[in-house]
Each structure stands twice: as structure tokens, then as C-alpha cells.
Design a protein around this ligand. Structure first.
Ligand code: ADP
Ligand code: MG
Length: 389
């Protein structure tokens, strides 16, 4: 376990808190504030215990230089509303003006630094950049599990320069996922979907060893269909990963469940013409956009006796109704199970939210890549850099 904010003295300290405020924006406002709300417990804890709070995060993908569309101002405004307290937004994350504001920060005060990715040093994990972030700071708190798989200046570099502990959100992720990795209640069923196999080879390999059953859906299944010699029309697939898919098919044997029927359409924009067909009857030129009802039934049967379920990746193009039906059905099935249910991935998390099933799951992770890498058994640099309890 790692030390958390509760294991150290924070009174009178200036704490640099790495949060995951990489939120969706729309018309210059925060479109979904879930990630901001997720960080509130840590921020409130620090304020109430007399720390000065200096928040930093990345937002989107600016190319190492300022991008007005990706400034943190709307985030700071929303945070201020949620906290019911002033949040002073700065126009850079390092430099003279920032150092002055840090020096003037009072216990209980909150600063929001500018997007860390406005500097190349962030992604390059440059020592000089990290040293500037650390300037005038007593304590580093990492509450950004979703960014912990990246060794960046604000996640890993700065943690090497300061006493470094986890925030409350990060601590919960580590605690829950540690339990999942070390001691999952059997039988373990893993459900994988989404677009690509190549993103997820590591975790697929891992669960080939760990899981009793592996269920595959989404566009990921298409690559497996190809590897089995099936025709998939114009469906999304990864021809580069055919060999990997073949190996997984072989190693998985009976433990691997692929869809038996799929929902196809000529295009996602022509949902009225959609059809449900067996996987060996995909019309030439059509696209597989969801798993079919017979597949949902088989997955449901396979899940009934599960002790632990891990799910990453939607079963279809769930952003486009009605191709969300398979994904929604899986979310509803998991919600009703007695099993422990762990969901990770940005799109998978949204799908569970859309189905109104978040509270019925054991854990919906704030991580995508970080969740997968953790389950794979890899060390996350942003976690490794924190002090052991
Ligand atoms: P997560 O964010 O949960 O890790 P991914 O990013 O791997 O999930 O995958 C989600 C994406 O996969 C979504 O954009 C979804 O539209 C796409 N997808 C899933 N199934 C299909 C399909 N059959 N055809 C096209 N896209 C698909
Ligand atoms: Mg995604």
C-alpha cells in the first residue's frame, strides 16, 4: 500500500495535487463534471485540514504549447461552484507568476494551474519542468489514477522531488484493484470489447491465464472472426493483429466465447435497415455494429455462476443508438449479478452510466489505460513514485 494524504501532516503545508481534470468540454464549458466531483473529497480534506491546495492537470492534447481551447478556466469555474469556494486560476503551470501565487497562498486557499501539457516538459518528463512544478511546494498528492500509467512531469517526475502520497480517489482505486488482482473470487469471467485488440493484448494474455471464461464482443471480435476465416464485410477490424488473435483463439480454446450472432447495417447512419444475422452470414459490404440477442443470452448464461467479472470495452458502436443495445444489455446483466463487478475504460464507464448501473457495480474505475495496465500486472509509474505506507 501507498501512503495517503491521511498518513501525513498537511496542516500549514502547500500541497501540489495532480488531479484528473481531463474533462469533455462543449462550447467552452465543462460537459461532464464527474472527474471534478471525483477529486472533491481529497480537495476538501486538504482545505479542512489547513493545507494550501495547488491543483494541476492535463486537458486534451495540446502539442506542448498553449492552446486557448484547452485552458483550464472552465474547469476552475466549475470546481469553484462545486466547492463553494474561490479557485484562483493561473495562466501557466510554472514560472514567476505561479511562484508568486504559490508564495501568497494561504491555508485553505485553492489555486488551479494551467494545463500541464502546454509545456513539452510534461510528456517528456523533463527534470527541469518537474523541479519548477515542485518549487514552493511541501507535499505532492497524486489523485489522478487515470494518468498514473504515464511517466510524465506532473505524475512521476515531481513525485521524485517531494514527499509524495496518494489522494483519496487514487487510494480507493489502488485498494480495490489490488484486491481484484491478488484475490478474485472464482470463477472469474472477463468481458472485453471496444475497437482494438492491439491496445489490449497484454490484458487479454493476462486473463487467458487468470480467467475461467473470456467473452469477446465489439469490433475486437471482428478480428477474431477474420482469424477464423469468416467474412466480415466492411466491419472494423485489425488486420495487423490477425496472428495475435489466432494465438489467443488457440490458447483460449473452450474458455473463449465469441459472438454467435451480430447486428449488421450498411452504415451506422442507416439503422432502420439493420439486421441480426449469424456470424457466418454477414452480407458483403455491410458492417457489424453490435452483438446479437442470442449472444447476449449466451453471455448471460455464462455469467450466472461468476464470482468476479471484469469488463472493458463496449460490445458495439454504443454511441449510436440502437447499436448500444448489446452493451446496455451486458451492463444490465452485470448490475443484477451477485458477483463482484469491476469496470474500466472511458467508454465502458460511460456505457455503465448511460445504463444507470454505476451504483450496482462493485467498482467503476476512473482509469482506462491505467486500469488495463494495472490488471496486466504492470507497475504504474505514477503509483510507484509514491511513498510506501
Ligand atoms: P474503453 O474506452 O472502454 O476502453 P475502447 O475505447 O476500447 O473502450 O472502445 C470503444 C470504442 O469501440 C467505441 O468508440 C465504439 O464505438 C467502438 N466499437 C465497439 N464495437 C464496434 C463495432 N462493432 N464497430 C465499430 N466500432 C465499435
Ligand atoms: Mg475509449
Amino acid at each position: 500500500m501507498k501512503k495517503t494524504v491521511k498518513d501525513v501532516e498537511v496542516q500549514g503545508k502547500k500541497a501540489l495535487v495532480r488531479v484528473d481534470f481531463n474533462v469533455p468540454l462543449k462550447n467552452g464549458e465543462v460537459a461532464d463534471d464527474a472527474r471534478i466531483r471525483g477529486a472533491l473529497p481529497t480537495i476538501r480534506y486538504l482545505i479542512e485540514n489547513g493545507a494550501g491546495v495547488i491543483l494541476c492537470s492535463h486537458l486534451g492534447r495540446p502539442k506542448g504549447k498553449p492552446d486557448d481551447a484547452l485552458r483550464m478556466d472552465p474547469v476552475a469555474r466549475r470546481l469553484s461552484e462545486l466547492l463553494g469556494a474561490e479557485v484562483k486560476k493561473l495562466d501557466d503551470c510554472i514560472g514567476e507568476a505561479v511562484n508568486r501565487a504559490k508564495a501568497e497562498l494561504k491555508p485553505g486557499g485553492v489555486l488551479m494551474l494551467e494545463n500541464t501539457r502546454f509545456h513539452d516538459g510534461e510528456k517528456a518528463n523533463d527534470d527541469g519542468f518537474a523541479a519548477q512544478l515542485a518549487q514552493g511546494v511541501d507535499l505532492f498528492v497524486n489523485d489522478a489514477f487515470g494518468a498514473a500509467h504515464r511517466a510524465h512531469g506532473s505524475t512521476e517526475g515531481v513525485a521524485r522531488l517531494l514527499p509524495a502520497v496518494s489522494g483519496l480517489l487514487m487510494a480507493r482505486e489502488i485498494e480495490v484493484l489490488e484486491r481484484l488482482v491478488a484475490n478474485p473470487a472464482p470463477p472469474v469471467v472477463a468481458i472485453f470489447g471496444g475497437a482494438k485488440i492491439s491496445d489490449k493484448i497484454g490484458v487479454l494474455e493476462r486473463f487467458l491465464q487468470k480467467a475461467d471464461t473470456l467473452m469477446i464482443g465489439g469490433a475486437m471480435a471482428n478480428t477474431f472472426f477474420l482469424a477464423k476465416g469468416l467474412e466480415i464485410g466492411e466491419s472494423l477490424a485489425e488486420t495487423d493483429s490477425l496472428e495475435t488473435a489466432g494465438e489467443i483463439l488457440e490458447k483460449g480454446g473452450d474458455r473463449l466465447m465469441l459472438p454467435v450472432d451480430v447486428v449488421v447495417a450498411e452504415s451506422p447512419d442507416l439503422p432502420d435497415g439493420r439486421r441480426t444475422v449469424a456470424v457466418d452470414a454477414v452480407p458483403a459490404g455491410w458492417k457489424i455494429l453490435d452483438i446479437g440477442p442470442e449472444t447476449v443470452k449466451r453471455f448471460s448464461d455464462g455469467l450466472k455462476s461468476a464470482g468476479t467479472v471484469v469488463w472493458n470495452g463496449p460490445m458495439g458502436m454504443f454511441e449510436k443508438s440502437p447499436f448500444d443495445e448489446g452493451t446496455r444489455a451486458v451492463a444490465e446483466i452485470l448490475a443484477e449479478l451477485d458477483a463482484e463487478t469491476y469496470i474500466g475504460g472511458g467508454d465502458s464507464g460511460s456505457a455503465v452510466k448511460q445504463a444507470g448501473a454505476v451504483d450496482k457495480m462493485t467498482h467503476v474505475s476512473t482509469g482506462g489505460g491505467a486500469f488495463l495496465e494495472y490488471l496486466e500486472g504492470r507497475t504504474l509509474p505514477g503509483v510507484a513514485a509514491l511513498e510506501d505506507a
